[in-house]
Design a protein around this ligand. Structure first.
Ligand code: NDP
Length: 331
């Protein structure tokens, strides 16, 4: 138990200047929890980029080990749900924000935050999906529960070449939806078509302020961008359609009117992955293990090592990361 492992630590000085470094820790240095997990794989999400660079106040307890999600193997457990050797996944719950997170060889967490790794899924597969992919699945589930089916009409995915977007495009196309992918990277057209996008549109079409209601172009949407883009997506959603809002890559504002809601009965579905209940998490991960094509997941994911995490955190905020990044912590 006294073995040391590497951990990325973000700290703040008295002037609130943020710095990031790598430290050697032991399990005794970790925060409280009833399960110790050997971290097999993790990933770099947009939110991790914000935490490491300090660009947004993701970290709310200092110092902090960032990393909002991991998959790994239970080492020790005082929680009745888990025993040594169990394979588990963690997404969210404030891990990497207020509780020491995934960018360390080991994590000590509340066992009630964990779910089992679906049968046949490796930790690196789970983290190729990561919180971004699990959020894409939560968004698909929300559309399904709102009654949006493949026969309802096309579905727009914004931020399509990002992590949430890439997994959303793959899932929706495998489920038989006609997917319109909105991207600022038209150079990624072939990548998005390989994932199953039927049409590609330039995100510039949606990023400027538009009319309260426009031509009805889609039955629903998965939006990881927010701001004017989400307002335009809502304005162009057909009668009784639904849009899942899960991100803010363009901005946190939402300059819309009530017109789509009261004149077209459009529903805006809020997606929160961090505090989602365990039953919904299990449903999402179970569906991911069935509905996400393995070959497509491989084409979405790029593998990096622990030493590349900090640079990748900067890259993801600059829009330089395509798809998903998986960190194999055993390499
Ligand atoms: P990525 O950085 O991988 O993807 C975001 C994509 O958004 C980019 O690839 C880009 O796609 C597009 N984009 C970036 N900047 C802009 C801009 N200024 N205007 C329009 N589009 C832009 O991030 P993730 O996929 O990991 O996360 C996406 C969003 O979802 C983030 O805001 C994140 O915080 C949020 N999120 C929310 C969760 C929740 O629980 N609700 C959970 C996980 C993520 P392209 O180049 O194709 O245009």
């Amino acid at each position: 138990m006294s073995d040391t492992f590497k951990a990325i630590m973000v700290s703040r000085d008295e002037e609130k200047n943020q710095s990031v470094g790598v430290e050697n820790l032991t399990v005794d240095d970790l925060m409280e929890g009833d399960v110790v997990v050997s971290v097999g794989a993790t990933t770099v999400n947009y939110k991790d980029g914000l935490a490491i660079t300090g660009k947004s106040p993701v970290v709310r307890r200092w110092p902090m080990i960032p990393g909002i999600d991991f998959a790994g193997t239970v080492e020790t457990s005082e929680n009745p749900r888990w025993k040594s050797g169990d394979k588990v996944i963690l997404n969210g719950w404030g891990v990497g924000e207020v509780h020491y997170g995934a960018y360390a060889g080991k994590a000590r967490v509340n066992g009630d935050w964990l779910i089992g790794l679906p049968n046949g899924m490796k930790p690196t597969d789970a983290m190729a999906i990561g919180t971004a992919g699990y959020t894409a699945m939560l968004s698909v589930l929300a559309l399904e529960k709102a009654g949006v089916t493949p026969s309802s009409g096309p579905i727009i995915v914004t931020g399509a070449s990002g992590g949430v977007g890439s997994v959303a495009v793959s899932l929706l196309s495998k489920l038989g939806y006609h997917v319109i992918a909105s991207t600022g990277r038209v150079s990624e057209e072939a990548y998005l078509k390989d994932l199953g996008a039927a049409e590609i549109i330039d995100r510039a079409e949606l990023s400027e302020p538009g009319r309260p209601l426009g031509k009805e172009r889609w039955a629903g949407g998965i939006d990881s961008v927010g701001s004017t883009t989400l307002a335009n997506v809502l304005a162009q959603t057909q009668l009784r359609g639904a849009v899942a809002a899960c991100g803010l890559a363009q901005g946190m504002d939402l300059p819309t009117t009530v017109a789509p809601f009261i004149l077209r009965g459009v529903s805006l579905l809020g997606i929160d992955s961090v505090m989602a209940p365990i039953a919904l998490r299990e449903e999402a991960w179970q569906r991911l293990s069935v509905d996400l094509d393995g070959a497509k997941l491989a084409s979405i994911a790029t593998q990096i090592g622990f030493d590349d995490i900090i640079q990748t955190a900067h890259d993801i905020l600059e829009g330089k990361v395509r798809g998903r990044v998986v960190v194999d912590m055993t390499a």
